[in-house]
Design a protein. Structure first.
Length: 160
């Protein structure tokens, strides 16, 4: 009888447990750099000029003021602004980009990161009412200061 009670107690305890293989996803309109999640509090679109014109989409956790090192940002950069939703290729910073490709950088806490892998990564980009949304899978980002550690980045961000 004692064995039966112990067995039933064990079944109840282990039966109440569940295993979830999914990693926790960042909150809506946020990105995760390393182990920290940031929420978009500011977004801005800038068209550059000069050598190779591009469009930068700046997403930050707060409105940048001067050179405030406590502002955290993620910046997709396109040669051509996407006009249709679809799959776009994340390519290494400094590569020549085609219309369906973009570069990615991020920063904050006096650090800067760039996607510098040789392999392009598929990223879902949605265009709705002229605003862009990105679903960025977890990718490795190189710290531009070689003496500091690299980090991973992921997130779902939308222009405000």
């Amino acid at each position: 009888m004692k064995k039966l009670f112990t067995l039933l107690a064990a079944v109840l305890v282990f039966g109440a447990c569940s295993k979830n293989n999914e990693e926790a996803k960042p909150a809506a309109n946020s990105w995760k750099l390393g182990s920290t999640t940031y929420t978009v509090g500011f977004s801005h679109r800038v068209v550059t000029s000069g050598g190779t014109p591009s469009t930068l989409f700046l997403f930050a956790d707060k409105t940048p003021v001067g050179t405030d090192p406590t502002v955290h940002s993620i910046v997709p950069s396109f040669k051509t602004i996407p006009t249709a939703s679809g799959t776009y290729k994340l390519v290494r910073v400094g590569a020549a980009t085609a219309a369906n490709e973009f570069e990615l950088s991020a920063g904050g806490d006096s650090q800067a990161f760039a996607y510098n892998e040789l392999t392009a990564v598929d990223v879902q980009v949605t265009v709705s009412s002229g605003k862009l949304s990105f679903k960025i899978p977890e990718v490795n980002m190189m710290n531009t200061d070689g003496s500091k550690p690299n980090a991973t980045i992921s997130g779902e961000i939308t222009e405000l």
